[in-house]
Design a protein around this ligand. Structure first.
Ligand code: F6R
Length: 613
């Protein structure tokens, strides 16, 4: 996720900005840049890669790292629109180079705005959505930057945190946010903005938290606040007591917990990027090159590793269910050594958070050799997978720092559902009105996830009683079995508990021999037509002394008598439940790790990106 800093004060701005950006490095980034205002006017310096390459660029010019400026804005970019490159790095400027903008978020209507600005003669330099903001402010600029910003905001759709400076308005920084984080730091004779508190702590612990659409105007000696209509606001200052390390995690104890809690936003971002509203809401995959020809496929093959493969297993069900097309989910490390019978009419969907997993890339290259067309689902713009696939659908999860994948998984599922639904539409399996109701269900998932997260203490309490269990089995049927696979993996990875997933119907074919009084069975029960089957399976394990936790819908009392504990999730379509039912399981894994005194962010023996075989 991008990082923003801004400084106005009496110190040389460049080191302040670079230092602030360093404090935001944990957010992940692929390029960085600054814009400062000083005796030489507005100077912009940016560079692909890590901060040292930006530092070197500036130092090679000045010899000592300063540009004689006491105000400026800086940015670390996590690429979304356009590859990591010097040009796509922020800050972006208007045509004349007098207004500079840094941005975190997504301008959803950027394509329309770009076309409109181009019709007014604007020539764009980058592939980013952000550049439209600089040109838009310039379009409305009439000597008053604040007014130009409020006018520009009226045209922006999507999410944004923005830092803006202007050469002809040299004594202030304007900042505004909507659905992306931004804090204002109030210092002595200096004021700052940042995406997150760690970037401010060397200067001040007094902060203002901006609400959506609030505008802050920072001068050296004061900060003024306005609403989106330009009316003045009074805001309360807060004092930050966290140390720098806690601040990086946004107050959460671990990145894993932070990322679990970021899922509602990540889901909304991933979904919104792919919807269009033209005579009713529909799925917009044309923008990424998905046209009707893709739906002529003979079969869909999904290949991935680990958690991403679990997203593939759910994808297999989703393609069969929504699009009635044969689908397979392949473990990439197996697939690459088989002699698979693929056909040029197969479509491959390759899922990888990092886009760099060696086995996954090998499977993709095999599919390519067989003549298949390839869709990539990845979280990293410009990754090898993104570069080599025919078509890329990005998850909008933001960087995932904890080794165990959480928000990447649920956003992968969102992508898989969108593609499956679009396939269904193009193949005539889903009628327009059915699509509308599926999309509404997808739109509700983020709110449902928020509700689940608001009850996380229940899972924490449950984990504090059960964390010592030496055997934990997850079971379910259909979509719930796939979630069981992911839940067992999560628990293994971070708490080192021996956990397995079983298709509930398979229990009596062997695994039940393992069940005894030391076993916890988590039964995921969201496939309504199979409630009675699951109830029988739960009774079977209970009869052998196991404890049973059931995850099912609100309002379902079917399992109350059988289970020791029931955790409820909001009702949605049975085929969409994985995005919700996995959340309590992620939390359970997390809290078990914490109860066991382990660091869930860095499980032993595991790496975030597995780039070797
Ligand atoms: C589990 C986990 C791994 C990854 C796997 C694939 O929490 O993170 O199982 O899912 O290594 O990684 P990507 O998605 O980067 O290809």
């Amino acid at each position: 996720m991008c990082g923003i800093v801004g400084y106005i004060g009496n110190e040389e701005a460049v080191p302040v900005l670079l230092n602030g950006l360093k404090r935001l490095e944990y957010r992940g980034y692929d390029s960085a840049g600054i814009a400062v205002l000083g005796q030489a006017g507005l100077l912009v310096r940016k560079s692909k890669g890590a901060l040292p390459s930006l530092e070197d660029k500036i130092a090679s010019e000045t010899g000592q790292g300063g540009l004689n400026a006491v105000m400026g804005i800086g940015h670390t970019r996590w690429a979304t629109h356009g590859e990591p490159s010097d040009i796509n790095s922020h800050p972006h400027t208007d045509v004349s180079g007098k207004i500079a903008v840094v941005h975190n978020g997504i301008i959803e209507n950027h394509a329309k705005l770009k076309a409109w600005l181009e019709a007014h003669g604007v020539v764009f330099r980058s592939e980013t959505d952000t550049e439209v903001v600089a040109h838009l402010i310039d379009f409305h600029y009439n000597g008053d930057l604040l007014q130009a910003v409020t006018e520009a905001l009226k045209r922006l759709e999507g999410s944004y945190a923005l830092g803006i400076i202007c050469e002809s308005d040299p004594d202030r920084i304007i900042a505004v946010r909507k659905e992306s984080p931004l804090v204002v730091g109030a210092g002595q004779g200096e004021n700052l903005i940042a995406s997150d508190v760690p970037a401010l702590l060397e200067h001040t612990r007094d902060v203002y938290y901006l609400a959506d659409r609030e505008i802050a105007v920072l001068y050296r000696d004061r900060v003024e606040f306005f609403n989106e209509d330009g009316q003045s606001l009074q805001k309360e200052k807060s004092h930050v007591d966290w140390d720098a390390e806690a601040a990086e995690k946004g107050g959460y104890e671990h990145f894993m917990l932070k990322e679990i809690n970021e899922q509602p936003k990540a889901l909304t971002d991933t979904l919104r990027a792919r919807l269009k509203n033209e005579g009713g809401t529909s799925i917009n995959l044309e923008e990424i090159g998905f046209d009707a020809s893709w739906a002529e496929a003979r079969r869909v093959v999904i290949a991935a590793c680990g958690t991403a493969w679990h997203a593939g297993v759910i994808g297999k069900h989703a393609f069969e269910y929504f699009a009635q097309i044969p689908a397979d989910a392949e473990i990439a490390s197996e697939y690459r050594y088989r002699n698979p019978l693929s056909d040029p009419k197969d479509i491959f969907i390759i899922i990888s958070q990092s886009g760099e997993t060696a086995d996954t890339l090998a499977a993709m290259r095999m599919a390519r050799k067989a003549g298949a067309r390839i869709i990539a689902i990845t979280n990293v713009v410009g990754s090898t997978l993104a570069r080599e696939a025919d078509l890329v659908m990005y998850t909008w999860a933001g960087p995932e720092i904890a080794v165990a994948s959480t928000k990447a998984f649920t956003t992968q599922l969102m992508c898989v559902y969108l593609i499956a639904l679009q396939f269904g539409m193009l193949r005539g399996v889903i009628a327009k009105n059915e699509l509308t109701s599926h999309i509404e269900a997808l739109e509700q998932l983020s709110g449902h996830a928020t509700r689940i997260l608001s009850a996380q203490e229940n899972i924490q309490r449950f984990a504090s009683r059960q964390f010592n269990k030496t055997k934990v089995f997850f079971m379910g049927r259909l979509f719930d079995y796939a979630v069981s696979l992911e839940s067992a993996l999560k628990l293994k990875e971070v708490s080192y508990t021996h956990s397995e997933a079983f298709a509930a119907g398979e229990l009596k074919h062997g695994p039940i021999a393992l069940v005894d009084t030391s076993t916890l069975v988590v039964a995921i029960c969201t496939q309504t037509a199979l409630f009675d089957k699951m109830d029988s399976n739960i009774k079977e394990v209970k009869a052998r002394g196991a404890a049973a936790l059931v995850i099912t819908y609100d309002g379902v009392d079917y399992f109350d008598k059988t289970a020791d504990e029931v955790f409820r999730i909001p009702r949605t379509e049975d085929s969409l439940t994985p995005i919700l039912s996995v959340i309590p399981c992620q939390l359970y894994a997390y809290y078990c790790a914490v109860q066991r005194g382990l660091d869930p962010d860095k499980p032993r023996n595991l790496a975030k990106s597995v780039t070797v075989e």
